[in-house]
Design a protein around this ligand. Structure first.
Ligand code: FES
Ligand code: FES
Length: 162
């Protein structure tokens, strides 16, 4: 690590990235660290395609200057699986085929993972409210909501990690 680098904790690992120029967390994840599961949709905080967890809280990475991350822990969609085992939300999306083009899917999965950690048994209304900031251009919402309900079932049956 050189003097001009900054440290970030990403998916449990300490990573070193250039401190300059000032950029969004999304750019650093995608272009410095190759974590391209986090998508660039609007770049304006309106689509949720870039959702990651900062200390477990879902945020739009396109709206977070990397300077402001500090020592908070960053989790991207790549960090949700553990030892090759998908988490319950990933399992449910795959099981139900809850995607068409898949562009919105990582953001949906990250945000739904945070929801189920806070509330393992959300109602459909609560799921729709939690995903309100995540847009699907393919309009696959019914199946996405069903997948989150299925992930809740998997989690409650002990069949997967949240
Ligand atoms: S790319 Fe970040 S909210 Fe759309
Ligand atoms: S599956 Fe295409 S944007 Fe959601």
């Amino acid at each position: 690590m050189g003097d001009g680098d900054r440290r970030l904790t990403v998916n449990g690992s300490l990573r070193s990235v250039p401190a300059n120029p000032p950029r969004s967390l999304l750019d650093v994840l995608r272009y410095d660290l190759g974590l391209t599961g986090t998508k660039y949709g609007c770049g304006e905080g309106r689509c949720g395609a870039c959702t990651v967890l900062l200390d477990g809280v879902p945020v739009n990475a396109c709206q977070i200057p990397v300077d402001e991350v500090g020592d908070r822990s960053i989790t991207t969609v790549e960090g949700l699986a553990s030892r090759g085992e998908l988490n319950a939300v990933q399992q449910a999306f795959a099981e139900l085929g809850a995607f068409q083009c898949g562009f919105c899917t990582p953001g949906m999965i990250v945000r739904a993972t945070a929801l189920l950690r806070d509330d393992p048994s959300p109602s459909e209304t609560e799921i729709r409210a939690a995903l309100n900031g995540n847009l699907c251009r393919c309009c696959g919402y019914p199946r996405i909501v069903r997948a989150v309900e299925r992930a809740s079932e998997i989690g409650r049956s002990g069949g997967g990690r949240p």
